[in-house]
Design a protein around this ligand. Sequence first.
Ligand code: SF4
Length: 318
Amino acid sequence: MPLLEVRNLKQYFRVGGGFFAKKKVVKAVDNLSFVIEKGETLGLVGESGCGKSTTGRSVLRLLPKSPTEGEIYYNGADITRAEMLPYRRKMQIVFQDPYASLDPRVTVGDTVGEALDIHKLYENRAERQEKIMSLLHTVGLNSEHSNRYPHEFSGGQRQRIGIARALAVDPEFIVCDEPVSALDVSIQAQIVNMFEDLQQERQLAYLFIAHDLSVVKHISNRIGVMYLGKLVELAPSDELTFHSLHPYTQSLISAIPVPDPKVRVKRIALEGDVPSPLDPPSGCNFRTRCPRAEAKCAEREPEMREIKTGHFVSCHLI
Ligand code: SF4
């Protein structure tokens, strides 16, 4: 049984509207299916606004609305519309922006201790303090940091605080929502390495969301590529990196910088912008930017098919 199973998840929002105008529907997440095994990392990549973060929040049920359609199973239990408090201990999130995700008026110790308080994970004050110190050490901070406030820390340190807060309840699964995007490149590797070490030590499963494929391929066992709310390709990390099939994935991979200047990679540049999710193209929603689009791409939406074991792709030409 997978730790997390998402079946045909749809998360739609009604937006706009007024006296004369009708509300429109944004299909932020449209028919997504995937599983995550215990101790596994599934990377999720795509451009800004493609629905990655909404997917992460939807599976954790952090959105104000339950999913529009589809099902989410955690350890076999249907949590699509379940009361989530019992699951919050097992399912956590690390946010993108370490500046915005911490309350500036709360000390680091109390930020980390809040989750312990909510779930009553200590017998007395001494045990609470001991657990906070242990969590701070786990993420590379020390006991002196406990009484300080978030503004006294660098971006990397604040992200460490966010990770300590997520670890406080001893979770099994963490949604890492662009956890290194706001950090300097020099700090990104430290944080990604820490995620890997924590995974080894605690058998954690991650849904690792990023727009940068080079970060995701480093940490993920499998990678899903999203475009305009849909999953267009899903494969093991090496398979996706070296044998990608979908034109959008191929374009993302061609944009990864290669460290060796002698190696020349042909860049596949996409024309135009991502279409508005309020008015997506007919048929394949990538067709307005796809260098291989044909007439049939406008007529029918391609289905997700398993091309090789574990390698799924949605394109009429494959
Ligand atoms: Fe391109 Fe057509 Fe494949 Fe869509 S279905 S990715 S438009 S070739």
